[in-house]
Design a protein around this ligand. Structure first.
Ligand code: AMP
Ligand code: MG
Length: 325
């Protein structure tokens, strides 16, 4: 049913949630807001339903999905977490943290969610609407970001509709996402935490709760096609020039911090006050807007972002958006 011409827009109401649950029970795909970005949900237990996510996004089959559940007990039924993983769940769930661990026998999750891996990625989201939906649905929802694969993640229902109208069954409009960046993904090696992707929970917060967290190089989609090359992801049509002091002639400008007029007609500021939280909230919406104003061509010059707190996740996304296509 995911290929019909119509995508139903539902309100963030009990009625909207009931309509979304009805679509999901029929194996449909429904986008919904979480505190990170909008997710494209489907019943994680049903192969055909999850296949609809891959089809709608044009997502490579080798890229596994995050399964969303309503609480830590439901997560525990799906994956075998080491001690440090339980501690992480206790400290940060519900919230923007995804934990990756071996899937349990009989978890009942469609193998397609794991894309061949023996591990499964699980998250308990914090957005009340996402939790309401999960409880009303009464089961796990596979939900990657609700955008065309490789493009900028959506932080509003309008972003979802712009790309996926006619390709998905519905979207629940719950306004803007509070965090605006995807979840932090944490895996484990010999029981010790390994950062797989920086995101909405900062490394500083993780380390305060768990002790040292090792960094891993793998994330998003595929191995780099050549040494030193990052996989293109989160990418607008325009090129990005990072760590810029000022825009060059014809470039759009994405500033951060106190930023007097920079001489570009097309300019936005992630946070005039230099708040990394505000910058995370604005990042994807500003990239989309500047890209639209440039007609998906040309270059967006981006100011340097401090490499601390949420700045690490922001810089990770910007680097992937700027990577060779
Ligand atoms: P998205 O939901 O679009 O933010 O993408 C989910 C990301 O989660 C993927 O791109 C992977 O990097 C990561 N992921 C999901 N499952 C696994 C897994 N089993 N092992 C490692 N990474 C995973
Ligand atoms: Mg994504």
């Amino acid at each position: 049913m995911s290929d019909g011409p119509n995508t139903i827009r539902m309100g963030a109401t009990d009625r909207g949630i009931r309509a979304a649950v009805a679509l999901l029970r029929r194996g449909g795909t429904v986008a919904f807001p979480t505190e990170t970005v909008y997710g494209l949900g489907a019943d994680a237990r049903v192969e055909r339903a999850v296949a609809g996510i891959y089809r709608a996004k044009g997502r490579p089959a080798r890229n596994p999905l995050i399964v969303h559940v309503a609480d830590a007990a439901a997560a525990d039924a799906l994956i075998d977490l080491p001690e440090a993983g339980r501690a992480a769940g206790a400290a940060f769930w519900p919230g923007p943290l995804t934990l990756v661990a071996p899937v349990r026998d009989g978890a009942g999750i469609a193998p397609i969610c794991r894309a061949g891996a023996p591990t499964l990625a699980v998250r308990v989201p914090a957005a009340p609407l996402a939790l309401d939906l999960l409880r009303a649905f009464g089961g796990p929802l596979a939900a990657p970001s609700a955008n065309v694969s490789g493009k900028v993640s959506p932080t509003s229902a309008d972003h979802v509709m712009e790309e996926l109208t006619g390709r998905i069954d519905g979207v629940i409009d719950g306004g803007d996402c509070a965090v605006g960046l995807e979840s932090t993904i944490l895996g484990f090696e010999d029981g010790r935490p390994v950062l797989l992707r920086p995101g909405g929970v900062t490394v500083e917060a993780l380390e305060a709760a768990l002790g040292p967290v090792a960094a891993a190089g793998i994330v998003e989609d595929a191995a780099p096609s050549a040494p030193g090359q990052m996989t293109s992801h989160y990418a607008p049509g325009a090129a990005l020039r990072l760590g810029a002091e000022a825009p060059r002639l014809g470039e759009a400008w994405l500033g951060f911090g106190p930023d007097p007029a920079r001489g570009s007609a097309i300019a936005r500021n992630l946070s005039p006050d230099g708040s990394l939280e505000e910058a995370a909230f604005n990042l994807f919406a500003h990239l989309r807007l500047l890209d639209d104003l440039l007609g998906g061509r040309g270059t967006i010059a981006v100011a340097a972002i401090p490499a601390r707190g949420l700045g690490r996740a922001i810089n990770d996304r910007l680097a992937r958006a700027a990577a060779p296509r």
